[in-house]
Design a protein around this ligand. Sequence first.
Ligand code: BGC
Length: 511
Amino acid sequence: MTQQPSMDVPDRYPGKLTLRVVFTCIMAASGGLIFGYDHGVSGGVTSMDSFLKLFFPSVYEKESHLTPSSNQYCKFNSQILTLFTSSLYLSALVAGFGASSISRMLGRRAVMLIGGICFVFGALLNGLAIAIWMLIVGRLLLGFGIGFANSSVPIYLSEMAPYKYRGGLNMCFQLSITIGIFSANLFNYFFAKILHGNGWRLSLGLGAVPAVIFVIGSLCLPDSPSSLVERGRHEECKKELVKIRGTTDIDAEFKDILVASEASHKVKHPWRTLLERKYRPQLVFAILIPFFQQFTGLNVITFYAPLLFRTIGFGSTASLMSAVIIGSFKPVSTLISILLVDKFGRRTLFIEGGIQMLISQIVMTIAIAIAFGTSGNPGKLPTWYAVVVVGVICVYVCGFAWSWGPLGWLVPSEIFPLEIRPAAQSVTVGVNMICTFIIAQSFTAMLCHMKFGLFIFFGCFVVIMTTFIYILLPETKGVPLEEMAIIWQRHPIWSKFVDEKTKASNGDSKC
Ligand code: BGC
């Protein structure tokens, strides 16, 4: 069951890793900053008293009247408060689906640009909010921005990158996400105490900065070769290929893109086509990879680390600081993954990350159970105990940040053939957003009801998803996008779904 088709794929595209491609990919990947910044900022802001007092006075009242002996598991259980965090993912979902047609007609770059602009306005509106409607409209705009960016950036990166470096370059998107989360955690920590308690305005408003970088980036970037060919701009595509591959020997790659684009033009209804039997493997991964990525439970930590730490007995500043410490582990781990993914492959990282997360989830459960039992009423926790809990959470976060985090965006973006690529990517973004919404919306209630069992709940999913990858995901490392059909044909289960005609034509032209 350990397929390694990459070994047998002949080196048909002689391009190198040029400065232009690296620069272009880094600029495009900055789209991850806005997604990450938003992920990281809401948890800290909703733990700031001045913010709660202004927009969620009932939550503030409840929280400030709790005594240390109250049930700590339930102290932040407010659906209105979680709606602030999670509403954005609903609009991201809608935008993700709209992005598919724009991406096909106008190219990936146009989608990125629209996303960046929505985000700039959303961040400004949130930073200046004086009424709850401003917060909500701002969140909706941020959601549109994220939906558009996440539907276009990962596929843009995979289309621009030379196939041998596709993994590492695509993962720059996740690196930006983690840098975005980390900056937001850091800003929350510093801003919590300034401007007479109004520092949250800076935390929310500063989201406009990465968005402006992304807008400028989208204006300067070239469109991807596949997207140019799809819109009939063949000569431009050839010129771009010469520049980004650093060689004039681009005929093989250009021809393969042309063949893919011809197939794509025959498809008039990408959504319906996606449901055809021969695309079953892609559809399964488009849905299950983002689903599993969210059900690792990682976002419980991302969104609510400060609340979680306050729940387990830390003070307000210590909670924000712990979120910063944890946030700093993510970019470092993703960087390690960038260096390893094109060497060791996707499967190895997925499986190692899964095992690491599972072990830490078990330890976290035991640690919280010992301290809180089921009453949620802790005695005085010694400092070493809190340090151990934060340490285990860091191990868990690293496991995610070098596996399911970056691979959750990389793998879908590389397995979809051109004719269904924008539609399938929208499904991936849509499922990611729905699941992010569910987790964000239900976390405080889950903690209140499941107590320390929460991490075991997510641990069960980690077992299922690791087994799923082991059995069903073929290795995609080193396989050019246009030759990806090979991986399904050689897989003992998926080969049954690839029809004979596809098998024969791919067999003739590619192998
Ligand atoms: C996920 C986010 C998550 C982030 C954390 C991303 O890949 O989609 O939901 O918060 O990684 O690093």
